[in-house]
Structures are given as C-alpha cells and as structure tokens.
Design a binder for this molecule. Sequence first.
Ligand code: GTP
Ligand code: MG
Length: 398
Amino acid sequence: MIIRMRNKKSTYSNSHMQEDNIENSENISDDYAEDIVDKHEQLGMEEKQNTVMNNTDESLTTISEQSQINDVTNLEIQDIEGIGPTTAKKLREAGIFSVMDLAVAGVEDLAVDINASKESAASFIMAAQKLLRESDVLDKEFITADTALKKRRSLLRCSTGSSMLNDLFLGGIETQAVTELYGEFGSGKSQICHTMCITAGQPIESGGLNSGVIYIDTEGTFRPERLEQISSSRSIDPVHALQNVAVCKVYNSAHLELIVKNLGKYIDDYKAKLVIVDSIISLHRAEFSGRGTLADRQQRLNSIMHKLLRISEIYNVAIIVTNQVQSAPDTFFGDPTKPTGGNVIGHASTYRVYLRKSGENRVAKMIDSPYHPYSEVRFTINEKGTDDPEEGKKSKKG
Ligand code: GTP
Ligand code: MG
C-alpha cells in the first residue's frame, strides 16, 4: 500500500493490514452480541448528553461541527460497554477500531473476519449503528420530512472547478453521496478528479470542503504535476494543496477491497471529506474476465459500492467513483454506450453523470438522480483543470 504526499503519523498501529492478523481469529460467543445490544441502551443515554451534531442549524455545516463529528469517529470499540477485551481484540485484528468502522462493516465480511456467526456479526453492526443514531450522527429510523430537509441543507458541496458543472450538481458534488462519473476515454473523468483534489482543500466559503482528499488510483493515471499546475493556475499555493491529498496506488482487486474496507481509518487519518476512486471497475474487469467469474465479480463490486455508500453517509464525505463505458449493441437510437458494471454500480450510486467529448469541450449529463432535473452542461479542460468554456464564461457574465 502506498499512501504518500502527506506525512501524518497514523493514530493506529501498523495492524491496518488485516491480512496479517486474520489467521489468529478465534470463536466469539454469540452472547456478546446480545450483551452489546443491551449495554448500548444505557450507553446511548450517556452519549446523548454529549450530542455531537447540531441538526437545527439550517446553514452549511461549519468545520467546528465537522470536528465534533470526528469526536465520534474517534470512539474506540473498547469504549463500548458490552464489548469485552477479547471481542475488541478480534475486531481490531479484523481492522475495526472505532464505532464508525463497525457501523459501516458488511455482515458477511465481518462474520468471516472475526470467525463469528452472521447473526453475531449483524448484532454488532446494528449495535454500532444504534449508538451512532443515539448520538445523532446517523438519522433515526424515522424522521419527519422537515427535519430531513434541514439535514439536506446542511450537506456540504464541493466545487468541480467549473461553475457550469457545479450548476449540474445544483452547487457542487455533495457529501453523504456516491457520485459516479462515467464516459469514454479522454472524456474528463480523471481531470474532474484531479481538479477536485485542489478545490476540496479550499475553504467552504470558496466552494471547498476545507478538508483532505483521498485518491485511490487503480489505473496509474494520478499525476501530482497536474495538481501543481491546476493549483498554480488557480493562484492556490501548490505546496499546501499537494500536502492535502493522500494517494494510494492500487494494483489488484483484492487490494482495492482491502483499502475500501479500511477506508474509515484513512478518512480519519487524513481528515478527508472527499474520497475518489479512479476507477471503480478496471481491476475487477481485468481480473474477472471469463463468463464463469461474472457473478463473483458483481458480488464483489456490489459489496464495495455498498460499503462506499454507507461510509459516505456515516462519515459525511463526498465519494466520487469513475466508471468506463461499453457499447450496447441493442441500442437503436441515441448514444450506443452504457456504463460498465451493470446495475451493481448504478444502483449503489446516488448520482450518475455521463461525460462525453464534444469538439474541444466536454458535455456532462445527469443520468440518474433522486432530485436533480435531467439536464446537461458543457465544460472544458485547460490548465486550471475543469473550467467553464469561453461561451459559458461570457453568458455567466452577461
Ligand atoms: P480514461 O481514464 O482513459 O477512461 O479517460 P478519462 O475520462 O479519465 O480522461 P481524462 O480525464 O484523463 O482526460 C484526458 C483529456 O484531458 C486529454 O485527452 C486532454 O484532452 C485533456 N487534458 C489532460 N491533461 C490536460 C492538460 O494538462 N491541459 C489540457 N489543456 N488538457 C488536458
Ligand atoms: Mg481516467
């Protein structure tokens, strides 16, 4: 694993690589599962007094509020009554250090990792989610629509670098969502990702997230020099901007799965509010190429995507995944290209945007969104990364 460009001491031991430890796992009693649920009832009351997130404010969430969220992310498993030292040790060995880590775990993965039944694993996860709900980090099972609206207004939005493209997203790419960018080679997917590495570090008032960025590079196309160019062209200090970005070059699908599994810790370590996976599918597509392996591939991708979705909500981060296209020979009208990965990627993405080349410029189209209008905008790629095309700049001024 390579995490470079920001030399921050991890708060965790070098046991991130769960592979090293998994052999040591021993059976965990199902009693722990029931115990933990009961104990959370009491703990939840205490936690509530230290409520960590103020949902009544309609304005954008401030960074001080964000850091309060981080207090919760710092809760350690052994702080939870009902999880004894043995269980905590097993969970740590499986790469689960905090309540947040446990809350975003997948049942099947956790059951295997800690050598417990699926029922136990599910109880642990539910208990962690319950605690987060009681701490107001996660939504309660039912909230009224006006509370939901207030919460949505407190979402952060990160500028894409182009005001036209921001308009497509009604202000920028949202936290608590997975945004999928798909399109053919050269359509601008990686360029948007590079530009957002710079914009995300900017203050919230300037369209940024005032945060670090995690860039998971599966195609070897990340270029720090390009970040330098983009930040200099935008009159942003490149030294500071590059220190904000943690890059991980991923070499195979198992490595990607491991990085996603431990993503919560990296988000904490690098104070990230933006996570980029460029691209989500290339490794799985290359490794699982035969017909017989398709079901396995889809199941693995499904698991990654759902984990990303849970992480985006629980950690309040924006997640961008890029995807390639394949031709759809059964299309008689319109563009005969469609995203790869089938429904697995599309269903788990909150927003789906199609990018294509159009002469010198690029066109972005909102394909799938719970609330955005079906629309398309033009943008361009230049030394600033993604930018408005000349005609767009004129019409914006006018
Ligand atoms: P794949 O990863 O191959 O699927 O494509 P992609 O969609 O990620 O393409 P990417 O975002 O890398 O866009 C590549 C295109 O961006 C190039 O063909 C160029 O047109 C443009 N581009 C890349 N770097 C620069 C640059 O430094 N200056 C300018 N002006 N254009 C650039
Ligand atoms: Mg690319």
